[in-house]
Design a protein around this ligand. Structure first.
Ligand code: NAP
Length: 299
């Protein structure tokens, strides 16, 4: 049984691939980059395909029984998702797992939320047995904040202080793989959330605890955040994320008891805590810093 992982080189996709390989699955990984095919994990079959190009997807889905789909944040996200659903249907796929986003309908002004609504609808109407997983904000987004946290003791993740039930990407991947491999998840939509309500202040405190120094929340000023973010991200994406952060700051992004139960059901266990993630991330960062110092000292 061949399983296709779309966007299998990204943050979640690479974890889905790793998890499938651990479970001895027969995996095909789609990437839009011909060079990346050469660097895929051993034991996978690589295939080049582009979600923007319908014709390229015909070959990608040939012989595929089950598929994991996520759609990259892009200005054509909906169209790309619909291309994949159409190709899955034409290719005779028998099970599809789509990664959407938690509380999808709550932030309709953010394009990367609204853009997924038609994709979920197309999947439900495709006739393919489906599972939709809806993760909250990833813990792993904080990897991008290593320098401000380590160098300046500042935590610039503008999530506000109402609270967000963030989740570990490894749990998202495991949930996705359970839905791909195990029966009983067809027609279901699961929220994937973490166990703790994280705020800007509590996030900073937890990083401080594991680094043994003061780490301060950078605050809710989204103009200031956008100014910095525009140095790394295109303007349309910064505007999209800004709408989401404003919602987080004013209303939070919380799980209901049902959402938490869905997470534990698809995982078969409790999800990882934010503290576990921070402990692992900061240990790795400290080791990297030490290796850097040693290298400089011995060079
Ligand atoms: N970050 C969060 O907190 C969060 C929370 C909930 C939901 N989400 C959702 O998660 C999704 C993003 O997942 P992610 O963070 O794992 O993505 P990611 O790390 O940005 O990876 C996306 C992958 O898509 C591939 N790609 C880009 N354009 C492509 C195209 N035109 N055709 C085919 N492949 C293409 C790229 O791989 P190649 O270069 O190899 O092609 C890239 O590695 C979004 O839908 C986002 O809304 C994010």
């Amino acid at each position: 049984m061949k399983i296709l992982v779309i966007c299998g080189t990204g943050t979640v996709g690479s974890q889905v691939v790793a998890n499938l390989l651990k479970r001895n699955a027969d995996v095909r990984v789609m990437t839009s980059s011909a060079e990346k095919v050469q660097t895929l994990p051993a034991g996978t079959e690589g295939v080049v395909g582009n979600l923007k190009d319908k014709a390229s997807l015909v070959n990608v889905f040939k012989g595929i029984e089950r598929a994991f789909l996520l759609t990259p944040v892009s200005q054509t996200e909906t169209e790309e998702g619909l291309n994949a659903v159409q190709a899955a249907k034409s290719g005779g796929v028998k099970r599809i797992v789509y990664m959407s986003v938690h509380r999808l309908e709550d932030i309709p002004d953010a394009p990367h939320f609204a853009g997924k609504i038609p994709i979920e609808k197309a999947i439900k109407e495709s006739g393919i047995p489906y599972t939709i997983i809806r993760p909250n904000s990833f813990y792993q987004n904080d990897y991008w904040l290593k320098d401000p946290i380590m160098q300046y003791g500042i935590y610039p993740q503008p999530i506000g202080n109402v609270g967000v039930h963030r989740v570990d990407v490894r749990d998202i991947a495991e949930g996705a793989v359970n839905a791909l491999l195990n029966d009983g998840h067809a027609g279901k939509t699961y929220s994937l959330v973490g166990p703790d309500l994280i705020t800007g202040e509590s996030g900073a405190k937890i990083f401080g605890k594991y680094l043994g120094k003061e780490v301060v929340y950078a605050g809710d000023d989204l103009d200031k955040w956008a100014e910095q973010a525009k140095m790394m991200l295109p303007e349309w994406m910064v505007n999209d994320f800004r709408v989401m952060f404003k919602h987080f700051q004013t209303k939070g992004f919380m799980a209901t008891p049902e959402h938490r139960a869905e997470t534990e059901w698809i995982l078969g266990r409790k999800p990882r805590s934010f503290e576990t993630f921070v402990s692992e991330a900061t240990t790795a960062w400290k080791q990297e810093a030490k290796a850097g110092v040693t290298a400089t000292a011995t060079s």
